[in-house]
Design a protein around this ligand. Structure first.
Ligand code: GLU
Length: 419
């Protein structure tokens, strides 16, 4: 794993690469590569021992040409201004590639949530929501969950916003619990799009997923659900999974559901009795498998590690798991990489459905959510393939960016300039 690579520089490189295939002027390119604005704030919050904790927090609003800024809020000690900028840019192109009417944004707090009590986390979250209040809203900027945040934090943010505004506005945030205006299928949505895009990629290669070996780096929401869905719907063999405690391996297959139950109970995947051995993170990422799913954080695979990757297909459930150098190496090796902005776009796509349901105050069945999600993801995959073949592009990531940038450019050009 490479900590040296700045994710914001990676994002900019990805945009520049794709822009060489489209007619984009310099000034416009600059806009496509930089956020419109960033809120940077320090949250002062009373802790349980009566001391005051100060937490750095950010919200980057990258581009709003196609609709309200949209993207999650992350709680992690590694959050930084540049990371949030990168993640907000990836959201712009993610929403554009699946053609949902949003721009992109992202937020984060520099914190290790495990070190704080539930009461403290609630106060920290409400303090952040209070800072966010003037810049978010159903038609302005709609946050959602990301690493280490979920329904609980979304419910608190919704409640803080509605209380301060003196109204009800469930569509101000997505990823809420069902009884607080959440959508059926939202929790599974990111893993579901990873499963769907892996299926489409295997289909493209004329290969069957049935019996395919799969390794998953990161066994949180996205990684574990992708593994379970692949196992249930396509009978894959999940041979290795990992989390921050380490990696476990069984060439005969692990039971994806059982490993998750074990992790829920014990807090980690290591120690699972169905494994034959433990591996390092690097060993997992370089296993000889048919499908590799990086589902943890940015920069999991750098150029050096990419040289040892043996997987035929990579589906990026995480945001930014490959450095640009890794991308070049894998392109050279003919590894098919389904880029993050499509492979994990299920989360924001079902966030969009949640927002639509909130605005209409009319709720869909899980079956309808999953059908609409599949349609959006498969259409986006087909659009990517068409572009990849028509422009003879080097890889799927470039194709995804060409499609997405074109859509953002169209919206921006159609809006004209003002004043
Ligand atoms: N955090 C997720 C992502 O990176 C979901 C964002 C959303 O639902 O707005 O795509």
């Amino acid at each position: 794993m490479s900590n040296e690579v700045n994710p914001f520089e990676s994002l900019q490189e990805q945009i520049e690469d794709a822009a060489t295939h489209i007619d984009v002027g310099d000034g416009v390119l600059d806009r496509l590569k930089n956020p419109e604005r960033i809120l940077e704030t320090n949250l002062s919050v009373e802790l349980d021992d009566d001391s005051v904790g100060v937490f750095r927090a950010y919200r980057s609003q990258f581009n709003g040409d196609r609709g309200p800024y949209k993207g999650g809020i992350r709680y992690h000690p590694g959050v930084s201004r540049d990371e949030v900028k990168a993640l907000s840019g990836w959201m712009v192109y993610k929403c554009a590639v699946v053609d949902i009417p949003y721009g992109g944004g992202k937020g984060g707090i520099v914190i290790d949530p495990q070190e704080y009590s539930t009461d403290e986390l609630e106060r920290i979250t409400r303090a952040f929501a209070t800072e966010l209040r003037p810049i978010i809203g159903e038609d302005r900027d709609v946050p959602a969950p990301d690493v280490n945040t979920g329904q609980r934090e979304m419910n608190w943010i919704k409640d803080t916003y509605e209380t301060l505004e003196g109204t009800t506005a469930p569509g101000v945030i997505t990823g809420k619990a069902i009884d607080s205006g959440g959508s059926a299928g939202r929790v599974e949505a990111t893993g579901r799009s990873t499963m769907l895009t892996a299926r489409e990629a295997f289909d493209y290669l004329g290969r069957s997923l049935s019996g395919a070996s799969v390794a998953v780096q990161g066994y949180g929401n996205a990684g574990s659900i992708a593994a379970e869905l692949l196992e249930d719907a396509h009978d894959v063999t999940v041979v290795a999974v990992s989390d921050s405690s380490g990696a476990i391996h069984n060439p005969e297959g692990l039971d994806a559901h059982d490993v998750k139950a074990f992790k829920n109970e014990t807090g980690s995947v290591t120690g699972y009795e169905g494994a034959t051995e433990e591996l390092t993170n690097e060993e997992l990422l370089t296993l000889d498998v048919d499908l590799l799913i990086p589902a943890a954080l940015e920069n999991a695979i750098d150029g050096e590690l990419a040289r040892d990757v043996q997987a035929d297909v990579i589906a990026e459930a995480a945001n930014g798991p490959l450095t640009p150098e890794a991308d070049d190496v894998l392109t050279e090796k003919d590894v098919i990489v389904v880029p993050d902005i499509l492979a994990n776009a299920g989360g924001v796509t079902v966030s969009y459905f949640e927002w639509v349901q909130n605005r209409q105050r009319f709720y869909w069945t899980e079956e309808r959510v999953n059908e609409e999600l599949e349609r959006h993801i498969v259409d986006a995959f087909d659009g990517l393939l068409e572009c990849y073949e028509e422009y003879d592009l080097p890889n799927f990531r470039t194709a995804a960016y060409v499609v997405a940038i074109q859509r953002v450019l169209n919206a921006s050009e159609e809006a004209g300039s003002w004043p």
